[in-house]
Structures are given as C-alpha cells and as structure tokens.
Design a protein around this ligand. Structure first.
Ligand SMILES: Nc1nc(=O)c2c([nH]1)NC[C@@H]1CN(c3ccc(C(=O)N[C@@H](CCC(=O)O)C(=O)O)cc3)CN21
Ligand SMILES: O=c1ccn([C@H]2C[C@H](O)[C@@H](COP(=O)(O)O)O2)c(=O)[nH]1
Length: 277
C-alpha cells in the first residue's frame, strides 16, 4: 500500500514534534486520509509482516461485545494486555458501546444490529453508522487505564470511533474516523480491520465490498519508532493478498477465525517496535 508509506513519509518529514499522554513524544500532523478499493486486493501491509490472527480475533471480540482480554489471550492474542486490570477487564470499551450502548432508561442499544438492518432494508439511508464515543463512559486522562476501569470507565477512549457505511449500485463502502492514529503500530491494524468488517457486512447483506476510507485526526509516529520507520520506508510494496471467506455464517456474530483465509501474502519481514502505553 503506497498510500500508507506516503502518509508515513509525510508525518516523518513534515510532522511537528509534540509531547503526548504516554510521555514517549511523537511527530504529528492533523487530518489525513487513506482510501483503498477492496476490489484490488485485501489491504494487509506487505512492507512488514502483520499478525492477521490478532486482527481477526480482535474484530470478532469487539462484535461479541466482550471487553475482557482473557478471551483474546486464550487465542494467543496479546495486543490489549497492557491496559487491562488483573482480572482482564478493560471497562466499557468498543464491544460494549457497539453492541450494548446503555440508554437513560436502563435499556441497551445494539448499534451493529441497526447497521445490518439498515443495509438490508434501507440501503440508501445516509444514517448508516455506529459510534464508540460515549461521553458518559470516558476515562479521566489523569488516571491510569486500570484506575479508570475500577471506576467503571473505559481503559482508553476509542481511537476508531465513527464508522459510516454507504451503498450505491449494490456496492458497499465504509469510512472510519480515527481521532488518534499510531501510524506505525495501530494504523495497519485499523486498515485491515475496517476492510475485514466491510467484507463481512457485504457478505451478510449481499453487497459487493467496494471502498474503505480512513480519516485520521492526530496522525502520529512515536519518536521511539524512528529506526523502524526508516527501515520500512526503504521497502517496496508487494502485490496485495486476497481475502477468502470460507463459509457464509448465519449472522455477523457467527464468524470464527477459521472462516478467513489470506491467499498470496508474501510480506517483507516483521519489524518489532515498542508500544506506547
Ligand atoms: N500506543 C498505542 N497504539 C495502538 O495502536 C493501540 C494502543 N496504544 N492501545 C490500544 C490498542 C491496542 N492496539 C495494538 C497494541 C499492540 C500492537 C502491537 O504491538 N503489534 C505488534 C505485534 C504484536 C503481536 O502480534 O502480538 C506489531 O508488530 O504489529 C498493535 C496494536 C491498538 N491500540
Ligand atoms: O485502534 C487503535 C487504538 C489506539 N491507537 C493509538 C493512538 C494513540 O497512539 C494511542 C491512544 O492514545 P490517546 O492518548 O488516547 O490518543 O493508541 C491506534 O492508533 N489505533
């Protein structure tokens, strides 16, 4: 994906140095966009090897409404460990808001159900979206993730927060707003995860997966990723792999990791980098 490398180059050369919550420091630009036509291949980065299983399992975990890391750990996925309490809890993060957003009268709204229903029955609607930014559950930035969870708040506020879907001539597109984007570690996951969700929704609603668009707010490279960024910028992208969904599950909630095959993925080697907590 040349567009990803272009964004990385842009931040690396034009970004202003900015301190941040984690204390690591970043180079940062504000307001960028990555667009990708899913008909040209599955957007799994080829300029470094990505752990596809972590991406799939995290998305299925969100959709199941689960907010405890133990389920991910049992599948060998360790990307959420640093923010969890000793019992594995992350507070009311993505899964909770997506599938059981609490209302004032004690009910819960499943925003995902509403999206699937609209795609099937009202696809021309301009209101097909779901949102993770629930102000009532936001953490206090002055407290640790674990302290926030113990007070019933999210460990981290959502980064990928607004998902909107668009249907025209039987094709499904998706746009995601990311308020904050860790361009070296997080963004490759966010791109592939949005692509996966769009393919799953397209399968469930008999549409053709078309374009994904990621719009990023604070788009940053952590200062301790410099060597990794320089290395990745020397690499030439290879042809994108293809995603095959091996069966058609009953609903969006019935997919398993084994239902997805990535064909023709031949990336450059993995580049390890420390995560800013
Ligand atoms: N600083 C930061 N960046 C993020 O992208 C991020 C957070 N924090 N906090 C919440 C979640 C967790 N996410 C993460 C966490 C870790 C990796 C990571 O370390 N990825 C490694 C491989 C790790 C593995 O496969 O176990 C990589 O090289 O991609 C990626 C995304 C995305 N989010
Ligand atoms: O899906 C995700 C989740 C998180 N991130 C990154 C963006 C930031 O680097 C940190 C969150 O820190 P804040 O101070 O809350 O912005 O995590 C991501 O890129 N993608």
């Amino acid at each position: 994906m040349q567009t990803y490398l272009d964004l990385m180059q842009d931040i690396y050369t034009q970004g202003l140095v900015k301190s941040d919550r984690t204390g690591v420091g970043t180079r940062s630009v504000f307001g960028r966009q990555i667009r990708h036509d899913l008909r040209t291949g599955f957007p799994l980065l080829t300029t470094k090897k990505l752990h596809f299983k972590s991406i799939v399992c995290e998305l299925l975990w969100f959709l199941s409404g689960d907010t405890n890391v133990k389920t991910l750990q049992a599948q060998g996925v360790n990307i959420w460990n640093e923010w969890a309490t000793e019992t594995g809890d992350l507070g009311p993060i993505y899964g909770k808001q997506w599938t059981a957003w609490p209302t004032a009268d004690g009910e819960h709204l499943n925003q995902i159900d509403a999206v699937v229903h609209a795609l099937k029955h009202n696809p021309e609607s301009r209101r097909i979206l779901f949102h993770g930014w629930n102000p009532a559950d936001l953490p206090d930035e002055g407290l640790s993730p674990q302290e926030n969870v113990k007070r019933g708040k999210m460990a981290l506020p959502p980064c990928h927060l607004l998902y909107q879907f668009y249907v025209a001539e039987g094709h499904l597109s998706a746009q995601l707003y990311l308020r904050s984007s860790d361009t070296f570690l997080g963004l490759p996951y966010n791109i592939a995860s949005l692509a996966l969700l769009t393919h799953m929704l397209a399968q469930q609603t008999d549409l053709i997966a078309h374009e994904i668009i990621l719009t990023t707010g604070d788009s940053h490279l952590y200062l301790n990723h410099d060597a990794q960024v320089q290395k990745q910028l020397t690499r030439t992208p290879k042809p994108l792999p293809e995603l095959k969904i091996l069966r058609r599950p009953e609903s969006l909630y019935d997919y398993r990791f084994e239902d997805f095959a990535i064909l023709g993925y031949d990336p450059h080697p993995h580049i390890a980098a420390p995560i800013a907590v």
